[in-house]
Design a protein around this ligand. Sequence first.
Ligand code: GLP
Length: 246
Amino acid sequence: MKVIVMDNALEISKAASDIIIKQVNNKHGSVLGFATGASPVETYKRIIEAYERNEVSLKYITTFNLDEYVGLDRENVNSYFYFMKDNLFGKTDVDFSRVNFLSGTAENMEAECERYSQKIKESGGIDIQLLGIGTNGHIGFNEPGDKFADGPFAVKLTQSTIDSNKKYFEAVGDTMPEYALTMGIGDIMRSKKIILIATGESKAKAVKELVEGEVSPACPATILKLHADVTVFLDKESAALLSKDR
Ligand code: GLP
C-alpha cells in the first residue's frame, strides 16, 4: 500500500485525477469504479476541467458505483446516482447506458445484488476503484463487523455512519435511510488498481488503523493491505496520528 501525504485536498485531487485520466486515455473502454461522499468531489472537478479542455473523454468508459441507499430513486437529491450525475456524469460526455448502479428501489434486493455482481464480471473487472473511508473505517458501505463480504449485499448502516451522513438528509427535511446496498469487499479487492482518498481530522483515527493496524473486518479498510496496487492519498490532518517513524 503506497501512502502519500499531500499538503491539501487540491493537491490530492490533481494527483488522483491524473491517474484516472491516464487510465481512460491509455485504455479505450476503461472500467472505473466511483465513490460518493465529500472525499472524491475535488477529484471529479479536476476530471470535469480536463474534459472541458478536451484532454479526456469519458464517452466510452463503463462505470460502477460502490453503493446506494435503499428506498431512494435516482431523482432523489440524496441518492448516490443523483450525486454522480450532479458531480461528474452530467458535466461530461459519460454515456449513461454504460453507467452501472445498484438500484435502491429494486423489489428483490438479493436479485439486484446478483445482477450487479454479474455486470461487474461481464465488464471484465474494474480497472481503477476510487474509495473514500468512513470515520469507522468502512469502505463503500462495508461496515465494521466480524467478516468480510465478497459480493454486493444489503447492509444495515451503523449509528456512526448515520451520524456522519444524516446532515445531507436533514438539509432537505428527510430522514436518512437505515439500509443501503453496497459492493462487497471481494468486489473492491478484485479491482486492478485502488485509490483511496481521506482528508480532514475526522478521518485520522480510521487512517491510523488502515495504515498501521492489523487486517480485520472490525476496520474493513484494513483489507486493502492485501491488495497489490493501492495508493492512499492523505492530507496532513488525516495523517496526523500516523507514527512519525513510518
Ligand atoms: C459514505 C460512503 C462511502 C464514503 C464514506 C466517506 O458513507 N458510503 O463510499 O467513502 O462514507 O464519506 P465522505 O467522503 O463524505 O467523508
